[in-house]
Design a protein around this ligand. Structure first.
Ligand code: ZN
Length: 449
């Protein structure tokens, strides 16, 4: 009997999302009327205003802005780069500054290039071979990994720490192969860090497209004396005021048990941030709307949280968890969607065995929707700070084969999101939130009694 009721409710949720959904129209506005939403930018502010107004229109119990200070980094004018084979004989190359990078000198930076396959090559080469040169990190994402996020994880240290590490050996700049599995002409940005490198020793860092990386590598194989020139004018400003956007349906029976569902409202600036992570934001808003539209009255408090500044600081997520702790809120479950608006496959979980067992007992309910992936291991960056006190964390896992074609690049745009795929994701998230709300989580030993 209970099972039957759940089947009926899931059917209602999927039907509503696919026939009368709002997620795609919201994403259209965020992407095409607003666009890229880098933390601290005017567009990020517009996105806060817009999503708050949309949440206000849903007739929720409460909608509010949670203030948070965010870093403000700007790209400046379009970057420019070329390979110089000999004086006057050059080939322009598309690059983009990595987020957080310093500018080059105003006239640009030119130097010989040394190609490496990763951070560990620097020590082998030593200062003698690196000093005064531009280090070119060219280890590709591993193609035979079916989980493309694993391939990303195996490469992204080049982008994140490449400049800080190369500077230790006297490099003057770094060029990093884009985190992209396919060969194309889009450079992919993303955050990088100088760690404890003093300001005077920071060197500029840029991404080169995968085609550009292949070209540069083949040219270097013929002639290691060629030069690379690049110019970028990025800049760091003082921290700016921003907000997490939060909407809430108050629980009817256990209002103090909070279920959070979220994505991040900021994005990189090259595209319009449709997959990363406009999709996760509109899906999270849609969870609240679908619960209401299907006539479900949550027992627990359900919140949609649009986190600010996931990409280059995680300040929004940190603030949300900080405030939750201050207020002694009991967060029982937190679900994130930040892996693109592609066909949902299932979820990954960060939880104990008892909760995982309960969740996997619901697998048959998801079968008609081709949702089959229920695995432990990882949730998401924005719900991560809520970890502890038995909070069950989860991440939506869409098909990831095309995600890194678009991730942080100029082609992360609205036309690359499929309406039905986006809606299926929203419904899948809502279905899990419904089940968690109805049956509750299994309290951890510590909390019990
Ligand atoms: Zn993201």
């Amino acid at each position: 009997m209970a099972q039957n009721e759940d089947e009926v409710q899931l059917k209602k949720i999927y039907t509503q999302s696919l026939t009368n959904g709002k997620s795609y129209a919201w994403l259209d506005y965020l992407s095409n009327q607003i666009g890229g939403r880098l933390s601290g930018s005017f567009n990020a502010e517009r996105a806060v205003e817009y999503t708050k107004a949309q949440l206000d229109s849903l007739g929720l119990d409460r909608v509010w802005l949670q203030p948070v200070m965010v870093p403000k980094w700007t790209r400046g004018i379009k970057e420019f780069a070329y390979i110089e084979y000999s004086p006057g004989d050059t080939n322009n190359i598309d690059i983009c500054a990595l987020g957080g990078s310093v500018a080059t000198p105003s006239g640009g930076l030119k130097g010989n290039v040394i190609e490496v396959q990763g951070l560990e090559d620097l020590e082998k080469l030593g200062e003698e071979k690196i000093k005064g040169k531009i280090v070119f990190y060219n280890r590709p994402m591993q193609a035979d990994l079916i989980q493309t996020f694993e391939a990303y994880g195996g490469c992204v240290d080049q982008r994140y720490s490449g400049a800080a590490e190369a500077a230790k050996y006297g490099a003057v700049g770094v060029i990093v192969r884009s985190m992209n599995l396919r060969l194309d002409d889009y450079p992919h940005t993303g955050s990088m860090s100088y760690g404890d490198t003093p300001a005077s020793k920071r060197i500029p860092a840029a991404a080169i497209s995968t085609n550009g990386a292949e070209l540069l590598s083949s040219v270097l194989a013929l002639n290691k004396d060629i030069k690379f020139y690049f110019r970028q004018t990025c800049k760091v400003f003082p921290d700016a005021q921003s907000f997490n956007v939060i909407g809430e349906i108050k629980g009817s029976t256990y209002p103090n048990e909070i279920i959070t569902v979220g994505g991040h409202l900021d994005s990189w600036d090259l595209g319009d941030g449709s997959h990363d992570d406009g999709a996760g934001c509109v899906q999270s808003m849609e969870v609240l709307r679908l619960l209401k539209e299907t006539g479900y009255k949550p027992k627990r408090t359900i919140r949609a949280v649009l986190f600010m500044n996931e990409e280059n600081g995680l300040r929004g997520a940190t603030k949300y968890a900080e405030v939750a702790k201050e207020k002694e809120e009991n967060h029982v479950f937190a679900l994130e969607s930040d892996a693109g608006g592609f066909t949902p496959r299932g979820f990954s979980f960060d939880c104990d065995d008892a909760n995982f067992k309960q969740i996997t007992s619901w697998e048959p309910l998801f079968k008609p929707y081709l949702i089959h992936y229920f695995e432990k291991g990882g949730s998401g960056a924005d719900v991560g700070p809520l970890k502890g006190n038995g909070t069950v964390l989860a991440g939506l896992r869409p098909d990831s084969q095309r995600y890194f074609d678009h991730h942080h690049a100029a082609n992360d745009t609205f036309e690359h999101v499929n309406k039905r795929e986006l809606e299926l994701g929203a419904a899948t998230m809502t279905a899990l939130v419904y089940l968690i709300d109805k049956y509750g989580t299994v309290p951890s030993e510590k909390v019990k009694g």
